[in-house]
Design a protein around this ligand. Sequence first.
Ligand SMILES: Nc1ncnc2c1ncn2[C@@H]1O[C@H](COP(=O)(O)OP(=O)(O)OP(=O)(O)O)[C@@H](O)[C@H]1O
Ligand SMILES: [Mg+2]
Length: 306
Amino acid sequence: MSFLDRRIHLVTGKGGVGRTTVAVALAHAAARAGRRVLLAEIGDPEGGYSAIGRKFGREYLTPEPEPLAEGIMGCHLWAIRGHELFVRSVIPAGPLIKAALASKPLRKFLVAAPSLYEMGVLYHILCLLKQKDERGRPRHEVVIVDMPATGHTLALTSLPAIILNLLPVGPMARAMREGQSYLNDPANGAAWVVTLPEQLPVSEALELLDGLRSTEMPAGGVILNRMPENPFTDEERDALEPLLDETPMHGEIAFQRIGSAEVSSARLKQETSVPVWELPEILGPKDEEPAFSLADFLAPLIASTS
Ligand SMILES: Nc1ncnc2c1ncn2[C@@H]1O[C@H](COP(=O)(O)OP(=O)(O)OP(=O)(O)O)[C@@H](O)[C@H]1O
Ligand SMILES: [Mg+2]
């Protein structure tokens, strides 16, 4: 399967490794390949700015998909919206449900109870995956989710099995089975672990891959972000290393970073069987968005099969 063949991608990883940037770059690359892309972020549309929105020059996103760029729609995955959609699918009594869900205490409860929060988010995702355009085609061919922290990802991917254990029949069970048919089927869904080419982040990425495996979420691969450019041949490296041991030199730290990035990359490739995609450190001006250049590197990778 290639990235482009699957319907849903969860972009996950530790804080600050570049999840949002990579999710946006994947969306640009998939849109350039002609796909109708939905780029989503989990959050509360009433609670602060949107990291994805900012990459497209806007402060907020809404729970309804809106166009962000050519071929890319964007939205907030909102637990409360998912709860509302779910309740409506069971009891079609519109105004009452809206009034009930507008109640502040009920909202607080729904958002604070761990599985209920994830259930709302997952149901919102399912509804978006099933939306059709005016020609009856999926409105969003590829859904890319910029996941929050690692814990949230595992809470979401483990949810269907937990709920099905508790409630094996009924409308909720049906929704969870549908969730599994997208998330746990490698033909439909994949999680991508973004990490940095350093020792600790690589260990954390390997742990996250184990966590995904235990929730039966297929891993599409690891995205090793911010690989430093390596201008040296092996011979040049071997010649330089003893010199640096003797005399401190300008650029020594950058030189060592290249070495440790190569070691981290080799370790990752050795300790996991999933594809490892390397993305370079983009050294443009501070105000230039790295996601655009990263999309060029991702273009051949998302079309390749693995
Ligand atoms: N390949 C890259 N080259 C250069 N800069 C990058 C690259 N990837 C990400 N960045 C920069 O690193 C910073 C952090 O990236 P980003 O916000 O995507 O990380 P994140 O994992 O989503 O963080 P958070 O945990 O806050 O959500 C941003 O300033 C982004 O522009
Ligand atoms: Mg982010």
